[in-house]
Write a protein that binds this ligand. Structure first.
Ligand code: VG1
Ligand code: CO
Length: 552
């Protein structure tokens, strides 16, 4: 096949954020924009002889990008592309395939929970051979190449049809289109106790669950797992066909954006409700009159892992980890079980080193991300099945236990870490930067230490720095962190996943070991601390916002 060289010019801002390059579709549609970024990835890896897994969440602009990847990969000497049927692969499924096939890496076509469609977002992310998001040294290299790129190497091929399973060749490049869900389902069946979950459902015929695919990528996976494998009725799943614009919905599983699910669970008497995001790595779990915060979820999964989940009975639980803003509920489980635990910056890429080194088995983020070392991405369906497995296990001893009972019995053992996040989306970037800058200078002068704010006294304040214990790399300025003497915390950081403007995230956490408070409403329990946060940060003055866009 003939390789053509095409002249190109760099685009500004092709810098991968917390999780890949995310921009408006219109930006990706500029001539050579997508080509440049894919070429930068292929030059950075490098691509000669590589096997790459490719797939995405089915959002608008997936097909066009797949064709670009074929043309550039053929010219770059890639040996093989393994692509999900119609380009569909969830983020956890890609991570699994990279590991299973010993691939060089993978290209994920998703902007995760960001809305899709011609006027919304698209994204491209590179994952390395361990199956996890590329670490900063790789994303920096991609970015550097994107700034100086002058040419594209292309093999002009006819359009590839990704709807047909099987192998085809473009010159030396082999393309294999595979079933999108098969390997992932196998993985789940090897991790969890499906028999026990099945008997839980058959022994409790009144226990109803509802899974919401949110028109994202997990639909086909959920359908196969819940209906085919677990034998639940069709009424147990909703919105299970991936749509290019997610049906106009915002595929982010939280109480705000998954309101369709929340309403149905409340009104139709479901005992368990769960949803996943656009690309399948996030999850939300709710029960009858119960919402599981992601921070509690990872702590509860860790608590039961070794007792209830076959995978951890085999591998053991080696250690636990959470992102810095995530509540400290997980730390309490680690302490009680005598396990090592880690606090890493926001974004899944920081867990990978710990897992590869055999020091972390279960980890999570407050942003509805939960996972384990079975792959190197967070995994929405994994977390949902983990909850079903735990429910099945707990019900053997205490029949009739629901989600709410599991939460309350966890608090009885560990106390409760009240936690909430306030998002101020698409605020003015300058104001947000100034707000953070002011807090940083207050940290430098150490004026906050010992200070009384409302009924709280500051113990320490810093801008979080992570020293990776495995590779020694240092990540600075990962978020303003104010820790009070009673262990309560405030965290403020700017989002790294948005496609326009700035998003301020404010995280608040307050611990209680007073049993009479365990059923309290989160927002009420946190109100005094939220007041302190707004006052200290002067958020309203800097952003002009009196209310957050989303509260989780
Ligand atoms: C957000 C979350 C972070 C998560 C990231 C990617 O990042 O806070 O915890 O890892 O999204 O999730 P940020 O920088 O916007 O706060 V996903 O589901 O978009 O891959
Ligand atoms: Co996601």
């Amino acid at each position: 096949s003939i390789i053509q060289t095409i002249a190109t010019k760099p685009f500004e801002g092709q810098k991968p954020g917390t999780s890949g390059l995310r921009k408006k579709v219109k930006i990706f549609q500029q001539p050579n924009y997508t080509e440049n970024f894919i070429q930068a990835i292929l030059n950075a890896i490098p691509a000669k002889g590589a096997t790459l897994v490719v797939g995405g969440d089915g959002r608008y602009y997936l097909d066009e990008t797949l064709q670009v990847i074929v043309k550039l990969s053929a010219a770059a000497g890639v040996s093989k592309l393994v692509v999900g049927q119609n380009g569909i692969l969830s983020t956890p499924a890609v991570s699994n395939l990279i590991r299973k096939l010993n691939a060089t890496g993978g290209i994920l076509l998703t902007a995760s929970h960001n809305p899709g469609g011609p006027d919304n977002d698209f994204g491209i992310k590179y994952n390395i051979s361990n199956g996890g998001p590329a670490p900063e040294n790789v994303t920096d290299k991609i970015y550097e190449i994107s700034k100086t790129i002058t040419e594209l190497k292309i093999v002009d091929t006819p359009k590839i049809d990704f709807s047909v399973l099987g192998k085809q060749n473009v010159g030396e490049l082999e393309i294999e289109v595979i079933d999108s869900v098969h390997d992932y389902i196998e993985l789940m069946k090897n991790i969890f106790d499906f028999d026990s979950i099945k008997s839980f459902f058959s022994n409790n015929p009144n226990f109803k669950m509802l899974f919401d695919g949110m028109n994202g990528v997990t639909g086909p996976y959920g359908q196969r797992l819940f209906v085919q494998e677990l034998g639940l009725p069709e009424s147990s799943v909703m919105r299970c066909i991936p749509l290019p614009d997610f049906g106009g919905a915002h595929p982010d599983p939280n109480l705000t954006y998954a309101h369709d699910l929340v309403e149905r669970v409340n009104n139709e008497g479901y005992d368990f409700g769960a949803a996943s995001d656009g690309d399948g790595d996030r999850n939300m779990v709710i029960g009858k009159d119960a919402f599981v915060t992601p921070s509690d979820s990872v702590a509860i999964i860790a608590h039961y892992a070794k007792e209830a989940i076959p995978y951890f009975q085999k591998t053991g639980v080696k250690g636990l980890a959470r992102s810095m803003p995530t509540s400290q509920a997980l730390d309490l489980v680690a302490k009680k079980q005598g396990l090592e635990y880690f606090e890493v910056p926001t974004g899944w890429k920081f867990f990978g080193n710990l897992m590869d080194a055999g020091r972390c088995s279960v980890c999570g983020e407050e942003s509805f991300g939960t996972g384990s070392d079975h792959i190197r991405e967070k995994d929405g369906l994994w977390a949902i099945i983990a909850w079903l497995n735990i429910l099945a296990y707990v019900n053997k001893k205490n029949p009739g236990s629901g989600v709410k009972d599991i939460l309350q019995s966890h608090y009885q053992i560990y106390g409760r870490n009240f936690f909430s996040r306030y998002d101020y989306e698409e605020v003015d970037g300058k104001g947000a930067d100034e707000m953070v800058q002011r807090l940083r200078s207050m940290i430098e002068t150490k004026e906050l230490e010992g200070k009384q704010l409302g009924s709280f006294t500051v113990a320490t304040a810093d801008d979080f720095t992570y020293n990776d214990p495995i590779d020694g790399s240092i990540s600075k300025k990962q978020g303003i962190r104010i820790i009070f003497q009673d262990g309560s915390r405030l965290v403020i950081r700017l989002s790294g996943t948005g496609s326009s403007g700035a998003t301020v995230r404010l995280y608040v956490e307050k611990y209680s070991n007073n049993a009479s408070e365990y059923t309290a409403d989160t927002q009420k329990a946190l109100q005094s601390l939220i007041d302190v946060a707004l006052d200290l940060s002067q958020l309203q003055k800097f952003t002009g916002r009196t209310k957050p866009t989303v509260i989780t």
